[in-house]
Design a protein around this ligand. Structure first.
Ligand SMILES: Cc1cc2nc3c(=O)[nH]c(=O)nc-3n(C[C@H](O)[C@H](O)[C@H](O)COP(=O)(O)OP(=O)(O)OC[C@H]3O[C@@H](n4cnc5c(N)ncnc54)[C@H](O)[C@@H]3O)c2cc1C
Length: 529
């Protein structure tokens, strides 16, 4: 069977859905082909851990969606999206029984920091005020195609107001040094470092400071919101908007090849043998190694891209544990304000040690946990008085050893997974004695289970490739690209492997769709292009 459209989008992850919405808004006929039996990519939720408990399968907190001008412009509230916030955005328990807490009210955050170390409250408010003056332009620049002309110029214009080159230096300072130079107490330092730890940039490397400040200040200004009812509600709102405008979505339709003739992509073929043609564009919400190494025939990939892809670097793997609890997490000393996100690290140095073990290709002894108290954040996630909880941490793509007791081999079979989940759980039990007695159900997703549920998550890599500087901006996914164009006419890379990378902000999808529409307009005037 052959079907014809103006555009085909491969993959119904958030970037594919954003791209499809933009293309349908341009008046094109569009189909999304999704390999899995459900849409959403890494934005999905289900009651599959325990009855009555909604668990987000992958991503959970969406400050980047909330702040994304593109996603905001779709008016997803009309398609069932309601945001929910936890009482506190984020917290990290400290070994002395205290907590580092990021509250959405900056005065409360500052007052809590001031109680811990005199002067840190004021220093926090100073950082917030710097961000107030330039943060929106930084976000705009990061989410625009590279080079970000409009937001980049606006950021430059505002630079003087935030201290000029001193501000640039601060943003280039590694997260650890930035915390040390700006604050005296462990609280603000561990919050910034923990937020930098959402990406795989070492805390001692440039880029980690920018990531830490960006995520921390997003938390401070917009919070870490979640869709009421589960992550999947966000994906379904995007999909419903698209189909309400005439778009089509086909699930269980894995694209296995892209047809290229005379250097131009003309359509795709699915595993079931169906053929789809696209007169204007094929947008691939596909991780770069699969696009260039699987879906395209070797002879169709531009030589320069094929060569550069040999040094493409994935980000580390991931192990995620979901728990259904019959009560809240029994923190030994409960935080003053209940947080949605909890980072579990004893200190910045301990977090650094755990992250360095991953970089050194060893399985961390005391992993740095990113944790979500989902019912605390959105009471619809499980029955009153219970908690839908998860934690994930990173592991090397290829492990050469175990920095812990040596029992984990890095094969990520059932034995490895359960042992490592026990190790992660022990980190929580230490802070919340009695935690184990509250567990009604536990599910462990290792790198293989992640990839089986979403082929883009190669070996459990969650960001479509490392976020380190050597593979960012015009170097993403390979040097010289940085934009959605692939070197093959009508084929656009619109996944997290493209600039600006991972996170649910829709920018790679939007950049790809915009490029496709712009090129189609140009072709109308010059059919030889
Ligand atoms: C465990 C985890 C936690 C995370 N936490 C957060 C968070 O809290 N906040 C945040 O902002 N980000 C988070 N992220 C990152 C974020 O989810 C991703 O960066 C984002 O989903 C990337 O979107 P995407 O559309 O590029 O790809 P994906 O979401 O991976 O979607 C790609 C889609 O394409 C489909 N596909 C792939 N190949 C084919 C093919 N050949 N044919 C057809 N379909 C195909 C896949 O099945 C999938 O549905 C997390 C990710 C993971 C895995």
């Amino acid at each position: 069977m052959t079907s014809s459209y103006d555009a085909i989008v491969i993959g119904a992850g958030p970037n594919g859905l954003v791209a499809a919405n933009h293309l349908i808004d341009a008046g094109w006929s569009v189909i999304i082909l999704e390999a899995q039996s459900e849409i959403g990519g890494a934005v999905r939720s289900a009651e599959d851990v325990h009855d009555g408990f909604v668990h987000d399968t992958f991503s959970a907190f969406y400050p980047l969606s909330y702040a994304s001008p593109t996603i905001q412009s779709f008016g997803l509230e009309r398609f069932g999206l309601t945001w929910q916030h936890a009482p506190a955005v984020l917290a990290n328990p400290l070994p002395d029984g205290g907590w580092a807490i990021l509250h959405r009210d900056r005065d409360i955050t500052a007052a809590l920091m001031e109680q811990q170390v005199s002067g840190d409250g004021e220093r926090w408010l100073e950082l917030c005020s710097l961000w107030d003056r330039i943060g929106d332009q930084i976000i705009g620049a990061l989410l625009s195609p590279f080079p970000p002309v409009k937001s980049g110029l606006a950021s430059l214009a505002r630079l003087r107001r935030v201290g000029g080159l001193d501000f640039v230096k601060m943003m280039l300072t590694p997260a650890i040094d930035l915390g040390l130079t700006r604050f005296r107490g462990e609280g603000p330092r561990v919050l910034i470092a923990g937020n930098a730890g959402h990406a795989d940039i070492p805390l001692h490397a440039p880029g980690s400071g920018l990531m830490g400040v960006l995520m921390t200040m997003l938390g401070q200004t917009v919070g870490f919101p979640v869709p009421e009812g589960g992550a999947g509600v966000l994906a379904h709102a995007l999909a419903d908007r698209f189909t309400s405008l005439g778009g089509e979505i086909q699930c269980d339709a894995e694209v296995v090849s892209i047809d290229v003739a005379n250097g131009r992509a003309s359509g795709v073929r699915t595993r079931a043998g169906d053929r789809f043609t696209a007169s204007h564009a094929v947008v691939a919400d596909v991780v770069a190694p699969h696009l260039f190494g699987r879906l395209l025939a070797a002879g169709d990939v531009p030589v320069r891209v094929a060569q550069a892809m040999r040094s493409f670097q994935l980000d580390p793997g991931t192990v995620k544990v979901d728990w259904a609890l019959d009560g809240p997490v029994p923190w030994e000393t409960p935080p003053l304000h209940a947080p949605g996100t909890v980072h579990v690290a004893d200190s910045v140095d301990q977090m650094d040690e755990a992250l360095n073990q991953v970089t050194a290709r060893t399985i961390p002894a005391d992993p740095f946990l990113l944790t979500g108290q989902m019912t605390t954040t959105d009471p619809t996630r499980s029955p009153p008085g219970t908690e839908s909880l998860w934690a994930y941490t990173h592991v090397p793509q290829v492990a050469t050893g175990d920095a812990g007791d040596g029992s984990i081999r890095g094969t990520w079979d059932a034995d490895d997974r359960e042992r490592f989940a026990d190790r992660m759980q022990a980190r929580i039990v230490k802070l919340a004695p009695g935690f184990e007695s509250r567990i009604v159900a536990r599910r462990v997703l290792g790198p293989r289970e992640m990839e089986a549920r979403n082929a883009n998550l190669i070996g459990g890599a969650i960001n479509g490739g490392t976020s380190q500087l050597q593979q960012q901006l015009f170097l993403r996914p390979v040097p010289g690209m940085g934009r959605a164009e692939t070197g093959i006419k009508n084929l656009y890379l619109g996944s997290a492997s493209a600039h600006p990378g991972g996170g649910v902000h829709g920018a790679p999808g939007m950049n790809a769709a915009r490029a496709a529409v712009a090129h189609a307009r140009l072709r109308r005037f010059n059919p030889w292009r």
